[in-house]
Write a protein that binds this ligand. Structure first.
Ligand SMILES: NCc1[nH]cc(CCC(=O)O)c1CC(=O)O
Length: 310
């Protein structure tokens, strides 16, 4: 569906981060179409995930908590494209929808935000209280610092920063990419090296979903989407697809593209950080998908049954 101007309508969630990401796509799409950005409408759509504030999303379960309503709007023709954090996209999209491309990936790192003068997770005070809703971040913090208690902390980026400021918690962890997009990167106390702290699958990447049959729009998107990001995400999402069907334990992973080659590291962790399996792979970018799947299968083969929740 197009707005009265004939320009495609962009669907987005209403959080400040989602809106910042959708506006980025709006600007790029306008430039590609040679029209003013105001002619491309943003349609704000509330998702199930936006309405759950009091529980860990992992408890609520179900895939596509942040995407289903946007998928339906695409399938109904109410919107022509949906903008998502790649991190929030399920590994399998409904029939008829495709990831048409990704914007060039932002910095993939997680950051630590704390009061006081700790300059690493290792330097946090003994017994510090870290707030995070991410099972992956909770597990990795506990892997590095078993003495630290991690409490459930949900809400948008602004809420989380306020809880550190008020002293309700000693520290939190967020994606640098999100902070940058919100103009809040100066709030990051420590950038965590990906060697010690692996990001989520897709972290830092913005994905654009369209109807598979919308050939003209897909062609337009090709003008500003980034093939290297697509290759990295192909490997990461193949890894995740192998694992998330068979376990509910935290998963982390990162693929990096260098010219025609790809390197990948992935990890499956026990929620309390006491056990984990790490894998590494590298190969040609043409093998991205197989490489990710293969890494996932190695994790399944090496993991102790308890790590897979069996
Ligand atoms: N789960 C929420 C979410 N989804 C994407 C980002 C950050 C932006 C990105 O990773 O591209 C965030 C916030 C965070 O994890 O700090």
């Amino acid at each position: 569906m197009t707005a009265s101007t004939g320009a495609p309508v962009i669907g987005t969630r209403g959080s400040p981060l989602a809106l910042a990401q959708a506006r980025q796509v709006q600007g790029l799409l306008a430039a590609a179409l040679g029209c003013p950005a105001e002619e491309i409408a943003l349609s704000v759509i509330k998702t199930t995930g936006d309405m759950i504030q009091d529980r860990a999303l992992s408890e609520v379960g179900g895939k596509g908590l942040f995407t289903k309503e946007l998928d339906n709007a695409l399938l109904d023709g109410r919107i022509a494209l949906a903008v998502h954090s790649a991190k929030d996209l399920p590994t399998v999209l409904p029939d008829g929808l495709v990831i048409a491309g990704y914007l060039p990936r932002e910095d993939v790192r997680d950051v630590l935000i704390c009061r006081g003068d700790a300059r690493s997770i290792a330097e946090l005070p003994h017994g510090a209280v870290v707030g995070s809703a991410s099972l992956r971040r909770q597990a990795q913090v506990r892997r590095l610092r078993p003495d630290i208690s991690v409490t459930l902390l949900r809400g948008n980026v602004g809420t989380r920063l306020a809880k550190v400021e008020s002293g309700e918690i000693d520290a939190t962890l967020l994606a640098l990419a999100g902070l940058r997009r919100l103009g809040l990167a100066d709030r990051a106390t420590v950038l965590l090296d990906t060697d010690d702290f692996l990001p989520a699958i897709g972290q830092g990447a913005i994905a654009i979903v369209t109807r598979a049959g919308d050939v003209a729009l897909r062609e337009t998107l090709r003008r500003f989407t980034d093939p290297a990001t697509a290759v990295a995400l192909e490997a990461e999402r193949a890894f995740l697809r192998i694992l998330d069907g068979s376990c509910r334990t935290p998963i982390a992973g990162l693929a990096q593209v260098d010219g025609a080659s790809l390197s990948f590291r992935g990890m499956l962790l026990a929620p309390d950080g006491s056990d984990w399996v790490a894998v590494e792979r590298s190969g040609p970018i043409a093998d991205a998908f197989a490489l990710g799947e293969d890494a996932g299968r190695e994790v399944l083969a090496r993991a102790r049954p308890a790590l897979l929740g069996r």
